[in-house]
Write a protein that binds this ligand. Structure first.
Ligand code: WQD
Length: 348
Protein backbone atom coordinates (compact mmCIF):
# COMPACT_ATOMS: atom_id res chain seq x y z
CA UNK A 1 0.00 0.00 0.00
CA UNK A 2 1.38 3.46 -0.82
CA UNK A 3 2.88 5.67 1.85
CA UNK A 4 -0.07 8.01 1.57
CA UNK A 5 -2.34 5.09 2.45
CA UNK A 6 -0.08 4.29 5.40
CA UNK A 7 -0.52 7.86 6.52
CA UNK A 8 -4.31 7.46 6.50
CA UNK A 9 -4.45 4.37 8.72
CA UNK A 10 -4.93 5.29 12.40
CA UNK A 11 -1.75 4.41 14.30
CA UNK A 12 -2.04 2.16 17.34
CA UNK A 13 0.91 1.51 19.64
CA UNK A 14 0.92 -2.14 20.75
CA UNK A 15 3.20 -2.81 23.72
CA UNK A 16 4.08 -6.50 23.98
CA UNK A 17 3.13 -6.71 20.31
CA UNK A 18 5.29 -9.83 19.76
CA UNK A 19 3.57 -11.73 22.56
CA UNK A 20 0.81 -14.33 22.28
CA UNK A 21 -2.24 -12.06 22.55
CA UNK A 22 -0.38 -9.00 21.28
CA UNK A 23 0.64 -10.59 17.98
CA UNK A 24 -2.85 -11.90 17.25
CA UNK A 25 -4.27 -8.45 18.04
CA UNK A 26 -1.78 -6.89 15.61
CA UNK A 27 -3.25 -9.08 12.84
CA UNK A 28 -6.79 -7.99 13.74
CA UNK A 29 -5.70 -4.33 13.77
CA UNK A 30 -4.27 -4.61 10.25
CA UNK A 31 -7.38 -6.44 9.02
CA UNK A 32 -9.49 -3.58 10.39
CA UNK A 33 -7.55 -0.77 8.74
CA UNK A 34 -5.30 0.26 11.60
CA UNK A 35 -1.52 0.75 11.47
CA UNK A 36 0.01 -1.09 14.43
CA UNK A 37 3.35 0.07 15.82
CA UNK A 38 4.91 -2.68 17.91
CA UNK A 39 6.99 -2.23 21.04
CA UNK A 40 8.52 -5.31 22.64
CA UNK A 41 11.68 -6.02 24.67
CA UNK A 42 11.56 -9.70 23.66
CA UNK A 43 12.09 -10.74 27.28
CA UNK A 44 9.20 -13.19 26.95
CA UNK A 45 8.58 -13.34 23.20
CA UNK A 46 10.39 -14.52 20.09
CA UNK A 47 11.72 -12.30 17.29
CA UNK A 48 10.44 -14.87 14.80
CA UNK A 49 6.93 -13.59 15.52
CA UNK A 50 7.79 -10.41 13.57
CA UNK A 51 8.39 -12.44 10.40
CA UNK A 52 5.20 -14.40 11.01
CA UNK A 53 3.25 -11.15 11.29
CA UNK A 54 4.78 -9.78 8.09
CA UNK A 55 3.79 -12.97 6.26
CA UNK A 56 0.19 -12.87 7.56
CA UNK A 57 -0.24 -9.09 7.08
CA UNK A 58 1.51 -8.94 3.73
CA UNK A 59 3.85 -6.20 4.85
CA UNK A 60 6.55 -5.48 7.42
CA UNK A 61 5.28 -3.72 10.53
CA UNK A 62 7.33 -1.23 12.55
CA UNK A 63 8.68 -2.84 15.73
CA UNK A 64 10.83 -1.11 18.33
CA UNK A 65 12.88 -3.29 20.69
CA UNK A 66 12.47 -1.39 23.94
CA UNK A 67 11.01 -2.00 27.37
CA UNK A 68 8.15 0.13 28.64
CA UNK A 69 10.22 1.34 31.61
CA UNK A 70 12.56 3.06 29.13
CA UNK A 71 10.92 6.50 29.12
CA UNK A 72 13.34 8.05 26.63
CA UNK A 73 12.90 5.04 24.37
CA UNK A 74 9.11 5.31 24.52
CA UNK A 75 9.27 9.05 23.85
CA UNK A 76 11.40 8.31 20.81
CA UNK A 77 8.77 5.90 19.51
CA UNK A 78 5.95 8.41 20.01
CA UNK A 79 8.01 11.06 18.20
CA UNK A 80 8.95 8.77 15.30
CA UNK A 81 5.46 7.33 14.88
CA UNK A 82 3.65 10.58 14.28
CA UNK A 83 0.12 11.05 15.65
CA UNK A 84 -0.95 7.95 17.60
CA UNK A 85 -4.70 7.34 18.03
CA UNK A 86 -4.41 4.89 20.90
CA UNK A 87 -2.39 2.32 22.79
CA UNK A 88 -3.01 -1.33 23.62
CA UNK A 89 -0.86 -2.29 26.59
CA UNK A 90 -0.01 -6.01 26.72
CA UNK A 91 3.58 -5.80 27.93
CA UNK A 92 3.66 -7.48 31.35
CA UNK A 93 4.85 -10.62 33.07
CA UNK A 94 2.02 -13.10 33.50
CA UNK A 95 3.10 -16.36 35.11
CA UNK A 96 1.17 -16.80 38.33
CA UNK A 97 3.68 -19.17 39.92
CA UNK A 98 6.75 -17.16 38.89
CA UNK A 99 5.18 -14.00 40.30
CA UNK A 100 5.38 -15.45 43.81
CA UNK A 101 9.07 -16.28 43.39
CA UNK A 102 10.02 -12.95 41.78
CA UNK A 103 7.74 -10.22 43.20
CA UNK A 104 10.08 -7.32 42.36
CA UNK A 105 10.23 -8.44 38.71
CA UNK A 106 6.43 -8.40 38.58
CA UNK A 107 5.92 -5.10 40.42
CA UNK A 108 8.62 -3.47 38.31
CA UNK A 109 7.61 -4.90 34.97
CA UNK A 110 3.86 -4.67 35.39
CA UNK A 111 3.46 -1.44 37.37
CA UNK A 112 6.50 0.74 36.67
CA UNK A 113 6.05 0.16 32.93
CA UNK A 114 2.37 1.14 33.10
CA UNK A 115 3.21 4.37 34.92
CA UNK A 116 5.95 5.26 32.45
CA UNK A 117 3.62 4.55 29.52
CA UNK A 118 0.89 6.74 31.02
CA UNK A 119 3.33 9.60 31.59
CA UNK A 120 4.45 9.51 27.96
CA UNK A 121 0.85 9.23 26.73
CA UNK A 122 -0.02 12.37 28.72
CA UNK A 123 3.06 14.18 27.36
CA UNK A 124 2.00 13.38 23.80
CA UNK A 125 -1.73 13.94 24.36
CA UNK A 126 -2.65 10.32 23.52
CA UNK A 127 -5.93 9.56 25.28
CA UNK A 128 -7.09 6.06 24.40
CA UNK A 129 -5.75 3.01 26.21
CA UNK A 130 -6.90 -0.60 26.14
CA UNK A 131 -5.46 -2.35 29.20
CA UNK A 132 -4.82 -6.07 29.42
CA UNK A 133 -6.36 -7.15 32.70
CA UNK A 134 -7.43 -10.52 33.99
CA UNK A 135 -10.24 -12.52 35.56
CA UNK A 136 -7.72 -13.33 38.30
CA UNK A 137 -8.84 -10.07 39.94
CA UNK A 138 -12.06 -11.88 40.93
CA UNK A 139 -10.33 -14.72 42.82
CA UNK A 140 -12.93 -17.44 43.47
CA UNK A 141 -16.25 -15.65 42.92
CA UNK A 142 -19.24 -16.54 45.08
CA UNK A 143 -21.65 -16.40 42.17
CA UNK A 144 -21.20 -17.47 38.54
CA UNK A 145 -21.00 -16.35 35.83
CA UNK A 146 -18.89 -13.35 36.96
CA UNK A 147 -20.04 -9.91 35.88
CA UNK A 148 -17.99 -6.70 35.91
CA UNK A 149 -19.78 -5.86 39.17
CA UNK A 150 -18.52 -9.01 40.89
CA UNK A 151 -16.44 -7.92 43.87
CA UNK A 152 -12.68 -7.90 43.50
CA UNK A 153 -11.08 -10.51 45.76
CA UNK A 154 -7.91 -10.55 47.81
CA UNK A 155 -5.24 -11.24 45.16
CA UNK A 156 -4.21 -14.90 45.12
CA UNK A 157 -0.84 -14.08 43.52
CA UNK A 158 1.52 -11.17 42.93
CA UNK A 159 0.49 -11.36 39.28
CA UNK A 160 -3.16 -10.90 40.23
CA UNK A 161 -2.21 -8.05 42.58
CA UNK A 162 -0.37 -6.22 39.78
CA UNK A 163 -3.50 -6.40 37.63
CA UNK A 164 -5.64 -5.02 40.45
CA UNK A 165 -3.20 -2.18 41.13
CA UNK A 166 -2.93 -1.48 37.41
CA UNK A 167 -6.70 -1.04 37.28
CA UNK A 168 -6.57 1.29 40.32
CA UNK A 169 -3.84 3.42 38.73
CA UNK A 170 -5.97 3.79 35.61
CA UNK A 171 -9.07 4.70 37.62
CA UNK A 172 -7.08 7.44 39.38
CA UNK A 173 -5.72 8.79 36.09
CA UNK A 174 -9.22 8.98 34.60
CA UNK A 175 -10.61 10.58 37.80
CA UNK A 176 -7.82 13.19 37.74
CA UNK A 177 -9.44 14.78 34.67
CA UNK A 178 -6.28 14.28 32.64
CA UNK A 179 -8.54 13.21 29.78
CA UNK A 180 -7.68 9.52 29.65
CA UNK A 181 -10.11 7.16 27.95
CA UNK A 182 -9.57 3.60 29.17
CA UNK A 183 -11.10 0.20 28.58
CA UNK A 184 -10.06 -2.57 30.97
CA UNK A 185 -10.39 -5.99 29.38
CA UNK A 186 -10.51 -8.80 31.92
CA UNK A 187 -9.36 -11.88 30.02
CA UNK A 188 -10.35 -15.39 30.94
CA UNK A 189 -8.24 -18.23 29.55
CA UNK A 190 -6.77 -17.45 26.11
CA UNK A 191 -5.89 -20.51 23.99
CA UNK A 192 -5.44 -21.34 20.30
CA UNK A 193 -3.37 -19.88 17.47
CA UNK A 194 -3.76 -18.16 14.12
CA UNK A 195 -5.13 -20.67 11.57
CA UNK A 196 -2.11 -20.00 9.33
CA UNK A 197 0.05 -21.60 12.07
CA UNK A 198 2.51 -18.73 11.50
CA UNK A 199 1.97 -17.33 15.00
CA UNK A 200 0.73 -18.89 18.22
CA UNK A 201 1.49 -19.38 21.90
CA UNK A 202 5.23 -19.65 22.46
CA UNK A 203 5.80 -20.63 26.07
CA UNK A 204 9.44 -19.83 26.82
CA UNK A 205 10.73 -22.47 29.22
CA UNK A 206 8.46 -24.98 30.93
CA UNK A 207 4.79 -23.98 30.34
CA UNK A 208 2.46 -23.69 33.33
CA UNK A 209 -0.82 -23.30 31.43
CA UNK A 210 -3.06 -26.22 30.48
CA UNK A 211 -3.25 -25.72 26.71
CA UNK A 212 0.50 -25.71 25.93
CA UNK A 213 0.92 -28.65 28.29
CA UNK A 214 -1.72 -30.65 26.40
CA UNK A 215 0.05 -29.83 23.11
CA UNK A 216 3.50 -30.79 24.39
CA UNK A 217 2.17 -34.01 25.92
CA UNK A 218 0.42 -34.93 22.65
CA UNK A 219 3.63 -34.11 20.75
CA UNK A 220 5.59 -36.49 22.98
CA UNK A 221 7.63 -33.65 24.45
CA UNK A 222 6.53 -34.49 28.01
CA UNK A 223 4.76 -37.26 29.87
CA UNK A 224 1.07 -37.65 30.69
CA UNK A 225 -0.94 -34.57 31.61
CA UNK A 226 -1.25 -34.17 35.36
CA UNK A 227 -4.82 -33.15 36.15
CA UNK A 228 -4.54 -31.01 39.27
CA UNK A 229 -7.22 -32.65 41.37
CA UNK A 230 -10.45 -34.43 40.54
CA UNK A 231 -12.07 -33.81 43.92
CA UNK A 232 -13.40 -30.32 43.27
CA UNK A 233 -17.11 -29.59 43.70
CA UNK A 234 -17.73 -29.63 39.92
CA UNK A 235 -19.66 -32.15 37.80
CA UNK A 236 -16.57 -34.19 36.86
CA UNK A 237 -14.46 -33.11 39.84
CA UNK A 238 -11.97 -31.05 37.80
CA UNK A 239 -11.59 -27.27 37.73
CA UNK A 240 -13.69 -25.18 35.38
CA UNK A 241 -12.43 -22.22 33.30
CA UNK A 242 -13.63 -20.08 30.39
CA UNK A 243 -11.31 -20.90 27.46
CA UNK A 244 -11.46 -18.26 24.73
CA UNK A 245 -9.87 -18.44 21.27
CA UNK A 246 -7.06 -15.91 21.04
CA UNK A 247 -8.50 -14.58 17.75
CA UNK A 248 -11.78 -13.75 19.49
CA UNK A 249 -9.88 -12.11 22.33
CA UNK A 250 -7.83 -10.09 19.81
CA UNK A 251 -11.02 -8.85 18.14
CA UNK A 252 -12.31 -7.51 21.47
CA UNK A 253 -9.32 -5.13 21.65
CA UNK A 254 -10.03 -3.66 18.23
CA UNK A 255 -13.72 -3.33 19.08
CA UNK A 256 -12.67 -1.42 22.21
CA UNK A 257 -10.60 1.04 20.16
CA UNK A 258 -13.47 1.52 17.70
CA UNK A 259 -15.89 2.13 20.56
CA UNK A 260 -13.64 4.64 22.35
CA UNK A 261 -13.10 6.52 19.08
CA UNK A 262 -16.91 6.81 18.78
CA UNK A 263 -17.27 8.41 22.23
CA UNK A 264 -16.90 12.12 22.88
CA UNK A 265 -13.60 13.54 24.08
CA UNK A 266 -14.49 13.18 27.74
CA UNK A 267 -12.61 10.93 30.10
CA UNK A 268 -14.02 7.44 30.40
CA UNK A 269 -13.26 4.11 31.99
CA UNK A 270 -15.15 0.94 31.16
CA UNK A 271 -14.51 -2.63 32.30
CA UNK A 272 -15.36 -5.65 30.13
CA UNK A 273 -15.17 -9.35 30.83
CA UNK A 274 -13.86 -11.05 27.72
CA UNK A 275 -14.69 -14.73 27.68
CA UNK A 276 -17.09 -17.10 25.97
CA UNK A 277 -19.61 -17.31 28.80
CA UNK A 278 -19.11 -21.09 28.87
CA UNK A 279 -17.38 -23.05 31.62
CA UNK A 280 -15.19 -25.99 30.55
CA UNK A 281 -13.57 -28.49 32.94
CA UNK A 282 -10.00 -29.73 32.60
CA UNK A 283 -11.25 -33.13 31.47
CA UNK A 284 -13.60 -31.50 28.94
CA UNK A 285 -10.71 -29.38 27.60
CA UNK A 286 -8.54 -32.45 27.11
CA UNK A 287 -11.48 -34.26 25.49
CA UNK A 288 -11.99 -31.26 23.17
CA UNK A 289 -8.35 -31.48 22.08
CA UNK A 290 -8.70 -35.19 21.27
CA UNK A 291 -12.03 -34.62 19.46
CA UNK A 292 -10.68 -31.71 17.40
CA UNK A 293 -7.36 -33.27 16.41
CA UNK A 294 -7.93 -37.03 16.44
CA UNK A 295 -4.89 -37.28 18.70
CA UNK A 296 -4.96 -38.99 22.07
CA UNK A 297 -3.15 -37.85 25.17
CA UNK A 298 -2.42 -39.69 28.39
CA UNK A 299 -3.75 -38.15 31.54
CA UNK A 300 -3.17 -38.81 35.25
CA UNK A 301 -4.86 -37.42 38.34
CA UNK A 302 -2.36 -35.49 40.43
CA UNK A 303 -2.65 -33.35 43.56
CA UNK A 304 -4.31 -29.95 43.46
CA UNK A 305 -2.06 -26.99 42.45
CA UNK A 306 -1.58 -24.32 45.11
CA UNK A 307 -3.54 -21.15 44.35
CA UNK A 308 -5.98 -22.75 41.91
CA UNK A 309 -9.60 -21.69 42.17
CA UNK A 310 -12.39 -24.18 41.59
CA UNK A 311 -14.37 -22.54 38.82
CA UNK A 312 -14.81 -19.28 36.99
CA UNK A 313 -16.44 -18.27 33.74
CA UNK A 314 -17.65 -14.95 32.36
CA UNK A 315 -20.91 -13.19 31.90
CA UNK A 316 -20.38 -11.50 28.50
CA UNK A 317 -23.63 -9.54 28.56
CA UNK A 318 -21.93 -6.15 28.89
CA UNK A 319 -19.25 -6.62 26.21
CA UNK A 320 -21.91 -7.89 23.79
CA UNK A 321 -24.26 -4.99 24.57
CA UNK A 322 -21.71 -2.14 24.58
CA UNK A 323 -19.02 -3.28 22.13
CA UNK A 324 -21.18 -5.53 19.97
CA UNK A 325 -18.53 -8.25 20.44
CA UNK A 326 -19.17 -11.95 20.98
CA UNK A 327 -16.82 -14.95 20.91
CA UNK A 328 -17.41 -16.78 17.63
CA UNK A 329 -15.04 -19.76 17.92
CA UNK A 330 -15.30 -22.90 20.04
CA UNK A 331 -12.74 -24.66 22.21
CA UNK A 332 -12.52 -27.29 19.47
CA UNK A 333 -11.53 -24.56 16.96
CA UNK A 334 -8.89 -23.32 19.40
CA UNK A 335 -7.44 -26.78 20.04
CA UNK A 336 -7.32 -27.52 16.30
CA UNK A 337 -5.52 -24.25 15.54
CA UNK A 338 -3.15 -24.72 18.47
CA UNK A 339 -2.27 -28.25 17.30
CA UNK A 340 -1.45 -26.98 13.78
CA UNK A 341 0.81 -24.36 15.36
CA UNK A 342 2.46 -27.01 17.55
CA UNK A 343 3.19 -29.04 14.42
CA UNK A 344 4.92 -26.06 12.87
CA UNK A 345 6.94 -25.53 16.06
CA UNK A 346 8.16 -29.11 15.87
CA UNK A 347 9.36 -28.56 12.32
CA UNK A 348 11.16 -25.28 13.07
C1 WQD B 1 -6.23 -23.97 33.78
C2 WQD B 1 -6.79 -25.16 34.51
C3 WQD B 1 -5.46 -25.93 36.36
C4 WQD B 1 -2.07 -27.36 33.96
C5 WQD B 1 -4.65 -18.51 33.57
C6 WQD B 1 -3.49 -17.60 33.45
C7 WQD B 1 -3.75 -16.28 34.11
C8 WQD B 1 -5.10 -15.72 33.75
C9 WQD B 1 -6.19 -16.77 33.98
C10 WQD B 1 -4.91 -14.04 32.01
C11 WQD B 1 -6.63 -25.03 36.02
C12 WQD B 1 -5.55 -27.00 35.26
C13 WQD B 1 -3.29 -26.80 34.35
C14 WQD B 1 -1.86 -28.75 34.15
C15 WQD B 1 -4.07 -28.93 35.09
N1 WQD B 1 -5.16 -15.31 32.39
N2 WQD B 1 -4.25 -27.58 34.89
N3 WQD B 1 -2.86 -29.50 34.70
O1 WQD B 1 -4.62 -21.09 36.28
O2 WQD B 1 -6.77 -20.56 35.04
O3 WQD B 1 -4.76 -19.03 34.87
O4 WQD B 1 -5.83 -17.90 33.19
O5 WQD B 1 -4.51 -13.16 32.68
O6 WQD B 1 -2.73 -15.42 33.63
O7 WQD B 1 -2.38 -18.22 34.06
O8 WQD B 1 -4.78 -21.28 33.76
O9 WQD B 1 -3.95 -22.91 32.12
O10 WQD B 1 -2.69 -22.67 34.32
O11 WQD B 1 -4.92 -23.75 34.31
O12 WQD B 1 -4.95 -29.64 35.59
O13 WQD B 1 -0.78 -29.33 33.81
O14 WQD B 1 -6.05 -26.34 34.13
O15 WQD B 1 -5.60 -26.53 37.65
O16 WQD B 1 -7.78 -25.57 36.63
P1 WQD B 1 -5.29 -20.54 35.09
P2 WQD B 1 -3.98 -22.67 33.60
Amino acid sequence: MSDSADQKRPRILVTGGAGFIGSHTVVDLVENGYEPILVDDFSNSDRGVIEGLAAICGRALPCYEIGCRDKAGLEGVFEAAGPIQGVIHFAASKAVGESKEKPLLYWGNNIASLITLLEVMEDFGVQDLVFSSSCTVYGQPNALPVTEATPIAEPASVYGATKQIGEMILRDCVASGANHRVTLLRYFNPIGAHPSALIGELPLGDPQNLAPIILQSAAGMRGPIQIYGDDWATPDGTCIRDYIHVLDLAAAHVKSLDWMASQGDDSLLEIFNVGTGRGTSVVEAIDAFERATGESVEREIGPRREGDIEQIYASCEKVERVLGWKAERTIDDAMRDAWAWQGRLRNR
